[in-house]
Write a protein that binds this ligand. Structure first.
Ligand code: ZN
Length: 389
């Protein structure tokens, strides 16, 4: 079968004769005498499109045979028209050529190998078997983009054996027979079965997004061309939104956030002071003649509930205190403390009854649950707790 994508990676439409069509698990498996559909391989995702008016879901290659997985069957012997979904395919070409360029430059400078390559829906990742600093990576990015803007011509073909033997090319494994070589002048020479752009300018842009340590080396995330532009717009829109919210210039949003965080922590200190005063007043005015009681407060966080429970245990000499805050819609948060009872047991019981969660120590436990206030009153009163207001 003829692989038209090796004649040119720009063939978007073609005619092919159906050699076989069988029903399989992933759709109707169609083999043609020739195809321009690129099968998943070498890190590049499958092409999609339409064949004889039927949707092509995936394309795979096994032992040199390219199989198209279709939504509906085609007639054997029929000549059908194929159309490739060009937009995703061209993006894959930009990304694949960009990946070669970057891998070649990193290999040349650091001697590292590309040991993993994935073109995902959101980004491209490349793994290298050695460590790189971010500043060094930025130098690679600059160099890659210079080569892109110089619009160099990319070679992708099967060289003669003699020429191949004389080439020093990157390859994941030992290759025999016909080897397809993709050459970016001054950038990279690599054995590859994928589809590439003809001129480096078509890559448009290489932009690194992040780098993490991975299996003793690094995993680099990047975007090329059209996806890099879409990412730029997505981030620009987000920065603009933050900039509007903060009333700060887009280039000054991080210092504005730092300032805001400082203000928030000052306000939190003041708020804590207010809560402390409120808790003191609350505790002073409470009559607690019962041994075990519970108290429901509005808008108390765990920290302040804990403060309240501690004051009640210390000052009012309560045996067991359950301090709660919340409502039936948002759920309750609770803190329970005791002079003598094991709070882990009570917490466990309460969590079980109300499908809640939490835990703690013998003296104090905390958790959350959802309940109607009436239901809560009934459960706690049954356990010998009195409500105080
Ligand atoms: Zn490749």
């Amino acid at each position: 079968m003829k692989k038209l994508y090796y004649d040119s990676s720009y063939i978007k439409e073609f005619e092919g004769t159906v050699l076989s069509c069988e029903k399989g698990k992933k759709g109707y498996e169609v083999v043609l005498d020739q195809t321009a559909f690129y099968p998943e391989g070498g890190g590049q995702p499958t092409d999609t499109g339409v064949l004889g008016g039927v949707k092509v879901l995936e394309v795979h290659e096994k032992q040199g045979i390219v199989t198209h997985y279709l939504e509906a069957p085609l007639n054997v012997g029929e000549t059908v028209h194929g159309v490739i979904d060009w937009e995703p395919r061209f993006i894959h070409m930009q990304e694949h050529s960009g990946e070669h360029l970057v891998s070649g430059l990193i290999h040349e400078r650091f001697g590292y190998d590309n040991v993993g390559f994935h073109m995902g829906a959101d980004e491209v990742t490349i793994d290298f078997n050695g460590l790189i600093e971010w500043d060094e990576l930025m130098e690679i990015e600059t160099k890659a983009n210079e080569i892109i803007w110089e619009n160099r011509e990319i070679y992708a073909d099967f060289p003669e054996k003699e020429e191949l033997d004389a080439l020093d090319y990157r390859s994941k494994k030992e290759l025999t027979g016909d080897v397809r070589i993709v050459k970016i002048p001054g950038g990279d020479i690599c054995a590859c079965c994928g589809t590439h752009v003809k001129l480096t300018g078509e890559i448009g842009l290489v932009k690194f997004l992040s780098m993490i340590h991975y299996k003793g080396g690094v995993r680099i995330s990047l975007l090329c061309g059209k996806r890099a532009m879409a990412d730029y717009e997505k981030k620009r829109a987000e920065v603009q939104k933050i900039s509007n919210l903060l009333s700060a210039k887009p280039t000054e949003i991080s210092s504005a956030v730092e300032k805001m965080k400082g203000e928030i922590s000052k306000l939190q200190e003041k708020l804590s002071e207010c809560y402390r005063g409120m808790i003191e007043n609350r505790v002073a005015g409470l009559e607690c003649s019962e041994d075990n009681f519970y108290i429901i407060e509005k808008d108390f966080g765990a920290q302040h509930l804990r403060m309240l429970a501690n004051r009640l245990l210390d000052e009012k000499k309560a045996k067991t205190v359950l301090a709660l805050s919340g409502n039936k819609d948002n759920g309750f948060i609770y803190i329970m403390g005791s002079q003598e009872e094991d709070m882990r047991l009570l917490s466990k019981e309460l969590n079980q009854t109300l499908s809640g969660r939490g835990g703690g120590s013998v003296q104090m436990a905390q958790g959350t649950f959802f309940a109607e206030e009436a239901q809560l009153d009934a459960i706690l009163s049954e356990k010998g707790f009195k409500k105080i207001n």
